[in-house]
Design a protein around this ligand. Sequence first.
Ligand code: ARG
Length: 461
Amino acid sequence: KSNSMWGGRFASGPAAIMEEINASIGFDKKLYAQDIAGSIAHATMLAECDIITVEDRDKIIHGLNTILSEIEAGKFEFSRALEDIHMNVESRLRDLIGDAAGRLHTARSRNDQVALDFRLWVKAELQKTAGLLENLIGAFLVRAEEHTGTVMPGFTHLQTAQPVTFGHHCMAYVEMFGRDLSRVDDALERLDENPLGAAALAGTGFPIDRHMTSKALGFREPTRNSLDTVSDRDFALEMLSLSSICATHLSRLAEEIVIWSTPQFGFVTLSDSFSTGSSIMPQKKNPDAAELVRAKVGRINGALVSLLTVMKGLPLSYSKDMQEDKEQVFDAAESLELALAAMTGMISDLTVNEAAMRKAAGSGYSIATDLADWCVREINMPFRDAHHVTGTAVALAVKKNVPLEKLTLEELQSINPSITEDVFSVLTVKKSVASRTSFGGTAPAQVKKQIRYWIKRMEKR
Ligand code: ARG
């Protein structure tokens, strides 16, 4: 038999395979709450504008609320023959309240309906993401405050570069996740327009009030172009792209945790609650949570590329291709939520091994730049010459297998006779860190300033 929602011109129903490829109820049932909220706002507005009677409105709203409780109680029977969440809800409404149900879809199409439902869902998800990012930033701020004086090696090319502090390193991630958070804010700002009332694609002749539904549904204003409204999935693309960037940050951090927690580095020890053991090697404590966070970015990037590809080349306005917008977004959202929460737990719980960090900070000739800087500052050498002198000193130290500060004054003077005893006063890791006082630098006073800036900024949210 033909579809009861649109089957008027059809003599027979769909082929089995047509039903299978066409149906979205398997995944868009996730949008039930948004769908019902949208319908309640729509019915309320229709009555307010004298398009339906208040009696019909009351029946419709009562029926929709019944459906909401049925779904939440797990008592609702979803039907694949009814294709999607919109028609499943409307069909059940007809069972419950009879003919009045048929008036709900006045001045509306599934095209603006789905655009609304999905937008509301993405909006709620972005708000959740913002909260999770705030938690992660908060966790980092706590660790940063504890460790403004904890020296560790800073790396470039994963080779020892210059000493930094663990607090400074934490604050680098605060900057990254802070930018992610501002991207969420931006996306929410642009998303804040109500699609409902665009109808199929051209708007409607009924005297609807789109400002009224916008207000009821918590949107700033209605969308301005009905064609664009039913075609636009930018809000989902933005969510996916900012999720990809955020997951990339998480992945880099996860990789650092994996490296730092190896016995060879030993900079951090993960708590038992964020590690796993091996079924054969009794000594093992594996950073599985960090590895999974490192991997989640793959699914999220996949979702972004998938939706970009679906949308590419689609003519205006709605095409059924756009039904393929949801599953990947749902999956990406779940992945990012998990990754953010797991990372927050790991950062809060991990033990910082200050002694191992300090030892590593002093190795690998990390203070060579400080020797060069001393030559520039104290004996007025051009930096390029100072670089060469220091390089020669490092080569000598490597040959003697000693750290830079263990070369004797005579040895240093054999490289450049102007060097004095005073040079040794800068050749410590602590001095090196303390000297980097430029804005944004690793000196404890600078890092404390950045922490205060972020605490204030987060308090304002
Ligand atoms: N299930 C559809 C989707 O997710 C709803 C819109 C259907 N509109 C239509 N004209 N067939 O996009």
